[in-house]
Design a protein around this ligand. Structure first.
Ligand SMILES: Cc1ncc(COP(=O)(O)O)c(C=O)c1O
Length: 410
């Protein structure tokens, strides 16, 4: 028996749908809302002000920064507060581009669009961006990486947990290879933080991005961890964040972030370091895979290379064995009371992928799926607000949605 979840006091929960889209964002925990309310009331001032109001805000900010840093295993001066995952990634990549000689940057073929946008900005500064292929599970080809880990490669950026198909990359091995080659490594850990403990001091990683809203914290705040000694050109110049990011710090959002991370870490500690969503996910996945026309994409949860513990990605076909549009399934499931995702909202579209298949996911295409199948992805992602009872009706609802679409094609 698992011990009860420590944050069982509740969540601002959307209704009447059951929210199964944790990888998009997550509902704030009650404790997070309370911490933010207190910070808004008691520490609303500008932390740079020298009067008592400012000092109270600075004190609160510093306490929360230190709490975040100690939970992530870094020094507090290695933690830069930013507005979320996209800004953390842009700061890491464009910040490095501004402080290094132009060279080559390597990214996997299954990154979040924010990383490709930042790499485009690097290319405008004279950098050559190259994509590393992935296998059918979405795992980066390590031989291709090794073959390119020499000058002019100066930076590698890899997403640790893939949001659409759940693939976990072998970050420690990738980091060791980068270290041996003297190449900097940025890791997009936006989907990982909160689902496994991070000890930055022990990771062979130079920069790491995360966002509070994926772990029941507020939207609008995140962190970039920057190993001591690495210089970054600021995206927004100013005195805050040690001169690396200008702008009055959002003290209440940081309080919410620190509380969310504390809840997540306590939950992991209560389950021997494992995300308690794992067993719930495994049971649900077993049931879903028993349905006709439903199969898994991305790595098997038993695959030693691993998969995000709260993540399910499926491909769905009709009774005639034709791929069913993931987007249409999402709309149908919403009507039936389940909020899920096609998993390709950010990366899809015939124009974006050039595949000619509307809604085809760039991630599934990169993993070798044909365009038609690459538009039939469905993602279910769980969080601590979910109970087993919430999931009980999902397999039948998916079966129903598949049947409904068969009678109203197009
Ligand atoms: C893997 C990954 N990286 C980066 C981001 C961007 O984060 P944010 O929405 O906080 O800007 C996301 C958001 O979905 C993500 O899943």
């Amino acid at each position: 028996m698992n011990p009860p979840l420590p944050e069982a006091r509740g969540t601002a929960r959307p209704s009447p749908e059951i929210y199964l889209d944790a990888c998009a964002t997550s509902p704030p925990a009650t404790e997070v809302l309370e911490a933010m309310e207190v910070a808004h009331r008691e520490a609303w001032a500008n932390p740079s002000s020298l009067h008592g109001f400012g000092l109270a805000a600075a004190d609160r900010l510093e306490r929360d920064r230190q709490a975040l840093a100690s939970r992530l295993g870094c020094a507090s001066e290695e933690l830069m507060l930013v507005s979320g995952g996209s800004e953390a990634i842009h700061t890491a990549l464009i910040g490095c581009a501004g402080s290094l000689e132009p060279g080559r940057v390597l990214l996997s073929a299954v990154e979040h669009p924010a990383s490709y946008a930042a790499a485009d900005a690097m290319a405008r500064r004279g950098w050559d961006a190259q994509l590393l292929p992935v296998d059918r599970r979405g795992v980066v080809d390590l031989e291709a990486l090794q073959a390119l880990l020499h000058p002019p490669t100066r930076l590698v950026s890899i997403l640790w947990g893939q949001s659409e198909v759940g693939t976990l990359q072998p970050i420690t091995v990738i980091g060791q290879l980068c270290r041996q080659a003297g190449v900097l490594l940025h890791v997009d850990a936006v989907q990982v933080v909160g689902h496994r403990s991070i000890d930055f001091s022990r990771l062979p990683v130079d920069l790491l991005s995360c966002a509070a809203h994926k772990l029941q914290g507020p939207r609008g705040v995140g962190a970039l961890l920057v190993r001591r000694g690495i210089r970054l050109e600021p995206l927004i110049a100013g005195v805050q964040e040690g001169g690396r990011r200008g702008g009055t710090e959002p003290v209440a959002l940081v309080a919410g972030f620190a509380t969310a991370l504390e809840l997540a870490e306590r939950r992991l500690a209560a389950h021997e370091g494992q995300d308690p969503m794992g067993p719930l996910r495994d049971r649900l996945l077993d049931e879903l895979l028993r349905l006709e026309g439903v199969r898994l994409s991305g790595p098997d949860p038993d695959d030693p290379s691993g998969r995000l513990p709260h993540h399910i990605s499926l491909l769905v076909t009709s009774a005639k064995d034709r791929p069913v549009s993931g987007r249409r399934l999402v709309r149908e499931l919403a009507r039936l009371g389940y909020a899920v995702s096609s998993g390709s909202a950010c990366t899809s579209g015939a124009t974006a992928t050039g595949s000619g298949a509307p809604g085809a996911s760039a991630v599934l295409l990169a993993m070798g799926y044909p365009p038609e199948e690459a538009s039939s992805g469905l993602r279910v992602s769980l969080g601590p607000w979910i109970t087993p009872a919430d999931l009980a009706g999902l397999p039948a609802a998916l079966e129903q949605a598949r049947r409904n679409l068969a009678v109203s094609p197009g």
